[in-house]
Design a protein around this ligand. Structure first.
Ligand SMILES: Cc1ncc(COP(=O)(O)O)c(C=O)c1O
Length: 449
């Protein structure tokens, strides 16, 4: 099919995610022919830098040869058999490896996307409390400005109205804690300690509900969809301490932060805390297949264990739970992370990525609030003449992304927040080129604004 034919057929039938479809009339979608490493290649042969790892999941880039080989080998055996009443070598070995990520969280439950993993963790927490003599614990609290997915329950746990407001009428009420104080990253002195007064406000709202809370939900250290905002790991230590004293569980949403995006394998490691549940997806298969996992401890698991008629079983099921192709990709991904010490590489190369964003800021004067952690760097677009944000109606971030795409980089700013979140193995030349493209795109989009 010709490029123009694909675009025409797409325009007629496809409803794209997270988009006002009218925008596609002026700015049609990229017709992808292939993808390799940190690049997407279009039908007409253009190489586009995937600066956001295809919605944060392509941790090791596109078409990684080892993962391809592992998936092909699995396909030769079988592609999918239900995980109820069956077991297989791939899922068993994967689970054993996942159990090593954050002991004592050594039990693994599988699903096929991040939102569902978060719902599973929330359901597990509620049912755990029902079955351990604490039925009054049926509420959740979550950090302000969080994002946990698009299902009704996870929209309620999140705090991003852009996605949740049309559904406000049916969202269960989930308490949002007092605003967080953010910092610019681990190099910022504010990273060392969460301010006492901000913590006291959070603690007060927790104290008021202490007896009814089942779990506290958070994205550890880095909030993604809420604007790529970073906070001190000290907040996580305080939450762990408070939760222990009050018999409340912690659910860490590591769907975006997991698999070394912030440096260590899990972002909770910055704080040295162990949550009660960890939700993983995205980097889990390095973006090779829809798969997610929830980790919990053997103690939690035992609250669901008993004779059939005790009714204690966790009766959640998804058709593609433990999908074999996803599991094969995830297993190989974990091996690569370990053998190539990807967290060590991220630690080593993190500054280069941050410097790329800084060079764009220095040359354009149209970025402020620079922040970075691991292999993520972000900043907010401002008017270079006034240093102030642009009115939202101007959609400067959107215009900058269009200008970048014309020049060869796929950026998807969050409003007017621009960020780099490329595959963790993106080479320095590509990062330098990404900075140059971003600089030119910002100059173009802010010139006559
Ligand atoms: C922190 C976080 N939680 C949950 C989700 C939802 O994952 P999914 O899109 O796979 O449902 C996302 C997706 O971006 C995320 O960033």
């Amino acid at each position: 099919m010709k490029q123009s034919e694909i675009i025409a057929l797409d325009a007629k039938h496809v409803w794209h995610p997270c988009a006002q479809m009218k925008d596609y009339e002026d700015f049609p979608p990229l017709p992808v022919a292939s993808a390799s490493g940190s690049h997407i290649i279009t039908k007409d042969g253009r190489r586009i830098i995937d600066a956001i790892s295809s919605w944060w999941c392509k941790a090791l880039g596109h078409g990684h040869p080892r993962i391809r080989c592992a998936v092909e080998k699995q396909m030769d055996k079988f592609e999918h058999v239900l995980l109820a009443n069956t077991c297989n070598e791939t899922v068993a070995e994967l689970s054993a490896r996942l159990a090593g990520l954050c002991p004592p969280l050594t039990r693994v439950f599988y699903a096929d996307n991040g939102s569902t993993a978060m719902e599973i963790a929330m359901k597990m927490s509620l049912q755990y409390h029902l079955q351990t003599g604490m039925p009054e614990r049926r509420h959740f609290a979550s950090l302000s400005n969080g994002y946990h997915g698009e299902s009704i329950l996870t929209l309620a746990a999140g705090d991003c109205e852009l996605y949740s407001s049309p559904f406000a009428a049916v969202l269960p009420r989930i308490q949002k804690l007092a605003p967080i104080r953010y910092c610019s990253g681990p190099q910022d002195p504010a990273w060392q300690g969460f301010p006492e007064e901000a913590w006291n406000k959070i603690k007060n709202s927790l104290d008021a509900k202490a007896e009814q809370l089942s779990a506290i939900i958070f994205e550890p250290v880095l909030q993604g969809a809420g604007g790529m905002l970073i906070y001190s790991p000290d907040l996580l230590r305080r939450l762990r301490d408070w939760a222990d004293k009050n018999h409340v569980q912690l659910i860490a949403d590591e769907i975006m932060t997991g698999f070394a995006r912030t440096g260590p394998m899990l972002a909770c490691e910055h704080a040295g805390i162990k949550p009660d549940f960890i939700a993983l997806s995205k980097g889990l298969t390095a973006g090779w297949g829809p798969m997610s996992a929830v980790l919990c401890s053997e103690d939690t698991y035992m609250a669901f264990y008993g004779d059939y008629f005790s009714g204690k079983a966790f009766m959640h099921s998804n058709t593609y739970c433990g999908h074999a192709l996803g599991a094969a990709a995830a297993l190989e991904t974990l091996k690569i992370f370990e053998e190539e010490d990807i967290p060590g590489q991220v630690k080593h190369r993190s500054q280069f990525l941050a410097d790329c964003m800084k060079s764009v800021a220095d040359s354009t004067k149209s970025l402020r609030n620079l922040r970075s952690i691991g292999f993520m760097a972000a900043a907010d677009i401002v008017n270079p003449s006034t240093g102030q944000p642009y009115p939202k109606e101007l959609r400067i971030g959107f215009k900058a992304s269009q200008a970048a795409l014309r020049r060869g980089a796929l950026l998807r700013p969050l409003g007017d927040t621009i960020y780099f979140l490329p595959p963790l193995n993106t080479d320095n030349n590509t990062l330098t080129q990404l900075a140059e493209i971003t600089e030119a795109a910002l100059c173009e989009s802010t010139k006559n604004a």
